[in-house]
Design a protein around this ligand. Structure first.
Ligand SMILES: Nc1ncnc2c1ncn2[C@@H]1O[C@H](COP(=O)(O)OP(=O)(O)OP(=O)(O)O)[C@@H](O)[C@H]1O
Ligand SMILES: [Mg+2]
Length: 228
């Protein structure tokens, strides 16, 4: 497992190496690098660093070096925090966010920052799925929605992140939580988002499942025992 993930590190590192070698070569030859090319190179380095740190975080989680800090938290608050980080780019893409949350939700025991990371992963996936169904362009119209729901049922706090995106084919639905499983192009997805999320939810004593209607949308459903 760890070596499989470590292998994943080679990809962003070689992108960084290629870009930095190019810049060094040009600079040594006193050649000017066009602004456009420079900007592409630097943003490639930037996203590769993000990707590498994500992979490293994942390995850390697996190695259990950083302990979970369980505290009593309100799922609505964490969902709100995750959305905050993202609201701008959802707005930019004309994706409507619909809130359907239960007001007096009991608290659950979870690690707040990790749970926020889970919701961010799910929001990124929802955004990508919507974009895949309605590719950006001059007439990028469509039913672009993310629905965030919470409720209480029989002592269980349920949180759902649903989208009106491309959906997940039945054939791969049971593979999406596997580490490094991705259908996204190289450089876009590492395939770690859901596997990390799965681990975090389990560590919080909960579970996560997915339901999908290909071509219509997907729902990720998380269940946690309410804190006593
Ligand atoms: N909301 C969704 N709608 C449609 N497909 C999804 C959705 N969420 C996940 N998937 C599918 O599950 C795969 C695995 O998701 P996961 O988040 O683990 O990795 P990723 O998004 O490809 O890459 P990463 O999250 O590491 O950047 C995706 O590549 C995609 O095929
Ligand atoms: Mg993802």
């Amino acid at each position: 497992m760890a070596s499989g993930v470590a292998h994943e590190l080679n990809q962003p590192l070689s992108v960084i190496k290629t870009a930095s070698s190019f810049i060094i070569r040009k600079t040594n030859q006193h050649e000017k690098i066009e602004d456009q090319i420079m900007s592409t190179m630097v943003s490639k380095i930037d996203t590769s660093v993000d990707r590498a740190s994500k992979i490293i975080n994942h390995m850390r989680l697996f190695a259990r070096k950083s302990d979970m800090e369980l505290e009593e938290i309100n799922v609505n608050v964490i969902l709100g925090n995750a959305f905050e980080i993202f609201s701008q780019q959802l707005k930019l893409r004309d994706i409507e966010v619909i809130w359907d949350t239960e007001e007096n939700l009991p608290e659950i025991k979870a690690d707040a920052s990790r749970l926020e990371q889970v919701f961010i992963n799910l929001l990124i996936n929802a955004r990508d799925a919507i974009e895949e169904l309605y590719p950006p362009g001059p007439d990028a119209k469509g039913d672009k929605k993310i629905i965030l729901k919470t409720r209480l049922a029989g002592g269980i706090v349920i949180a759902e992140v649903c989208d009106t995106g491309i959906g997940i084919p039945e054939a791969i639905l049971d593979r999406i939580f596997e580490p490094v499983f991705t259908t996204k192009e190289v450089g876009k997805g590492t395939g770690l988002g859901l596997s990390i999320s799965y681990g975090i939810i389990k560590d919080c004593g909960g579970n996560i499942t997915a339901k999908s209607e290909p071509g219509k949308g997907t729902c990720f459903i998380m269940k946690f025992p309410a804190a006593a």
